[in-house]
Write a protein that binds this ligand. Structure first.
Ligand code: 5GP
Length: 179
């Protein structure tokens, strides 16, 4: 286990979820996915960069046949009706007719998913669900259905296990919360 307190840049953090507790919540989520996706050969769509460590631990525990793709999303304000245009980079696989599972590090306001999900649905998949490590229900500002949440957390800023604070902290095996 890492230290009880760390400093990244100018900010202090305290240990929040040690690696052994993270393994437990990731295992539970993987078990649910294995039950729900038997015979559906899902395509996991991992959103980089923050989800890389979670995705690695989760996907090692997926026992049903599946495929994995890594994407990046870039949002920019366009002149369309939504005001925000979402570009997906790295999705070269054919997704029409496939069962997609978007793997995300954290859903906060839900803005990222609010824009990403319609863009994915427009490509004609058979289904699209979200599997997120963390969900902050108090921050949600959009209508979203999150079928697979590993852990709900309060409205606090967390780092570690893939999540960064201004570039630092992604490599930490434990999750820390800002104090
Ligand atoms: P949303 O679009 O749901 O507001 O936010 C999603 C993104 O915001 C996440 O993918 C993540 O990059 C960032 N984010 C939201 N909350 C946190 C947090 O507590 N810690 C870190 N490191 N990033 C966060």
């Amino acid at each position: 286990m890492g230290s009880a307190h760390i400093t990244l840049h100018d900010k202090k953090f305290r240990l929040y979820l040690p690696a052994n507790e993270l393994v437990g919540v990731v295992e539970e989520l993987a078990a649910r996915l294995n039950r729900d996706y038997t015979d559906r050969k899902p395509l996991f769509v991992v959103v980089l960069t923050g989800a890389f460590m979670f995705a690695s631990d989760l996907l090692k525990r997926i026992t049903v046949p599946c495929e994995i793709v890594f994407i990046r999303v870039a949002s920019y304000h366009g002149t369309g009706s939504t005001g925000v245009v979402q570009e997906i980079m790295g999705l070269r696989e054919e997704v029409a007719g496939r069962h997609l599972i978007v793997v995300e590090d954290i859903v906060d306001t839900g803005t990222t998913m609010h824009h990403l999900l319609p863009t994915l649905r427009a490509k004609g998949p058979a289904s699209v669900e979200v599997a997120t490590l963390f969900f902050k229900p108090d921050c949600l500002r959009h209508e979203l259905t999150l079928a697979y949440v590993a852990k709900q957390i309060p409205n606090d800023f967390v780092v570690g296990y893939g999540l960064d604070y201004d570039g630092l902290g992604r490599n930490l095996p434990d999750v820390y919360v800002a104090v």
